[in-house]
Ligand binder design. Sequence first.
Ligand code: SAM
Length: 286
Amino acid sequence: MATLGNPQETIAVLQKYGFNFQKKFGQNFLIDTHVLDKIIAAAEIGPDDFVLEIGPGIGTMTQYLAEAAREVTAVEIDRNLIPILDDTLSEYSNVTVINEDILKVDIAALAREKNGGRPIKVVANLPYYITTPIIMGLFESDVPLSSITVMVQKEVADRMQTGPGSKDYGALSLAVQYYAKPYIVANVPPNCFMPRPAVGSAVIRLTRHEKKPVEVKDAKFMFKLIRASFNQRRKTLQNGLHNSGELQIPKEKVVKALEEMGLPASIRGEKLDLAQFARLADLLME
Ligand code: SAM
């Protein structure tokens, strides 16, 4: 039975080991069983699943995951948490803890070893200082993946889910939506964590597309274009792409491509959706 997930037990474990929170590791531990139940339900974990957990902390969510999944591997950077995890997870024979920086782990190799190369599920209450590198690293590498269900900063969840026309729309929205379908499962206030974070949080599920939503000849080039467009958000696309250090595309070329797409020469990048960026990338490559 999962024993953690409430303030009393969490405090008891932390005191038993004299644990000191490390701000640099983004340590905000969950102390709300309702939120934990919601995360597990949204991740749709079944008894055949292999789950990768990033940053188990004292093992609160790990206990829930171990009860729902076939096998769990949890990667934790803070070595002071390892003896605590040995203790809180001692009842579970289907959990492996790796003391490592997740950004240095070969996750594709882990999926091969633990799941025969079949798609894995990633579930985590993420350390907020490395949310984007973790998520983009998972999508851009060869990791076989079916979904990522994670707690992130609320503002970041909004950016991942939104489309053109919103102030939150940007390169992250397009990058995430190229690989996955985002769905915000719940907003989570600071009092569900110990210590309380300074920002609001949200649980988001990213279900990986089986087939990409758009076809593009060179996705890397499209993302360069997207980054350049949003780097200079307030400029028109023709000025932004012309002035971008990385691309420096002649203005006439951009205007001609926009014309072919039936878009005005004065349009800004923030008005284009993913399909339009894909088309623009293909036209500019010609
Ligand atoms: N899962 C726990 C919970 O929900 O209570 C803890 C979540 S806490 C927000 C983030 C966890 O990620 C911490 O335990 C922290 O030490 C760990 N962490 C931070 N950076 C990491 C990294 N680069 N690789 C692996 N774990 C990391």
